[in-house]
Ligand binder design. Structure first.
Ligand code: AQP
Length: 354
């Protein structure tokens, strides 16, 4: 549908240890999408202060996300890798989007409800406005495709709503400024300045679940470290966590239908499939009828094989951070040039003097 140039954008927050969910839901897809696409990958440090203002060693966390990108195989020469706060246009466009988006839209976001908890009045305004900044992150580059985990789907729908409302509110100005392009959204022709972003959420593990509770997302903020595999975990830790992962007493089914109502089994099969680059059907063709006592050791071997080279490279990069700092600095400079071009056009469309 998009007649905009294809541009892949995504980001990861420096809010603690990266885990297998971040890797399978996001970073692994970032790596695959490099081939044949223009990609921008961002450490979204402005987002990191929305839920919790003060972080221990925020700089170190920013560097470690960048290290994970590079160690996983992202090429910072061909593509752009940078940290969000180095490009102030993200925050400037987010302000414009705060004026486009409606409070009711933000109040409906499940992530806001989950993170704000019962004491909503005491949540930061930044936490409420988080999706507006996320829309700006993508649209400041007029990004068209966004690889994310399933938990970010709602925020991307909101990014589309924001883009659409801006396009409609400013349709005449976009035209008279000689900017934008004709697209069709649903049945409706729109002269659009911002594209309708498309989420890329496919794959066998779009939402990796906690190893302790198959109904809860694997998350950096889960108090139990046993609930997640961290990218910095060593072989022993990975083995212990998978061996202790909650399961049910039955063996594995031979078909995916048999995973219904068995969230823990479904999760482990999905993780295996994603790590092995297979479908769940293929994994069950191999392990159907087997007990977890057979499947779990195979999963440990696979996880260690896939993750340990990344962990090793991350450790090496973090020993002397000057290389990472240089990548982020150069990436920030390249991103700023693109962002300023869009922002100048937005200023013209809105009618700010410059
Ligand atoms: N469990 C998951 N399964 C699949 N994808 C996931 N992602 C996060 N958790 C899972 C994806 O990872 C990318 C980066 O996430 P983020 O750091 O920006 O934010 P998050 O979703 O808030 O991550 P966490 O780990 O769950 O942090 P907390 O505990 O702070 O809420 C995104 O593409 C996300 O979809």
């Amino acid at each position: 549908m998009s007649e905009f140039n294809k541009l892949v954008f995504s980001g990861v927050q420096p809010t603690g240890n990266l885990h297998l969910g971040n890797y399978l839901g996001a970073i692994r897809k970032f790596v695959a999408l490099q081939e044949g696409n223009d990609c921008i990958y961002c450490v979204v440090d402005l987002h990191a202060i929305t839920a919790q203002l003060v972080h221990e060693d925020l700089r170190g966390q920013i560097r470690s996300i960048a290290a994970a990108f590079i160690a996983s195989g992202i090429d910072p020469e061909k593509h752009i890798v940078f940290n969000q706060s180095a490009v102030p246009q993200h925050a400037e466009l987010a302000w414009v989007f705060n004026c486009v988006a409606r409070i009711g839209w933000m109040n409906r976001m499940t992530q806001f409800k989950d993170k704000a908890g019962k004491d909503r009045e005491n949540a930061s305004l930044g936490l409420l406005a988080y999706p507006s900044l996320m829309a700006a992150d993508i649209l400041i580059y007029r990004g068209t495709h966004v690889p994310v985990g399933d938990d970010q789907k709602q925020h991307l729908e909101l990014a589309r709503d924001i883009a659409m409302k801006f396009n409609l509110d400013y349709q005449d100005n976009i035209r008279t400024s000689g900017l934008g392009t004709d697209i069709v959204v649903g049945e409706e022709p729109v002269h659009a300045f911002f594209p309708m972003v498309e989420p890329l959420i496919d794959g066998p593990a779009p939402r990796v679940m906690s190893l302790r509770d198959g109904t809860k997302k694997m998350s950096k903020s889960d108090p139990s470290d046993l609930s997640r595999i961290n990218l910095m975990d060593d072989e022993d830790a990975i083995s212990k966590k998978i061996r202790k992962a909650k399961t049910d007493p039955d063996g594995l089914p031979s078909e995916t239908e048999g995973l219904k109502g068995r969230p823990e089994a479904d999760n482990l099969v999905g993780i295996y499939a994603a790590l092995a680059d297979k479908s769940k059907t293929e994994v069950l063709a191999e392990f159907g009828g087997q007990q977890f006592s057979v499947f779990k050791p195979a999963l440990v071997d696979l996880a260690v094989n896939v993750l340990s080279p990344i962990t090793g490279e991350m450790r090496r990069l973090m020993e002397d951070t000057s290389h990472i700092d240089a990548i982020l600095k150069k990436g920030g400079e390249r991103a700023r040039v693109r962002a300023e071009k869009t922002m100048n056009e937005v200023r013209d469309i809105i009618g700010f003097l410059r």
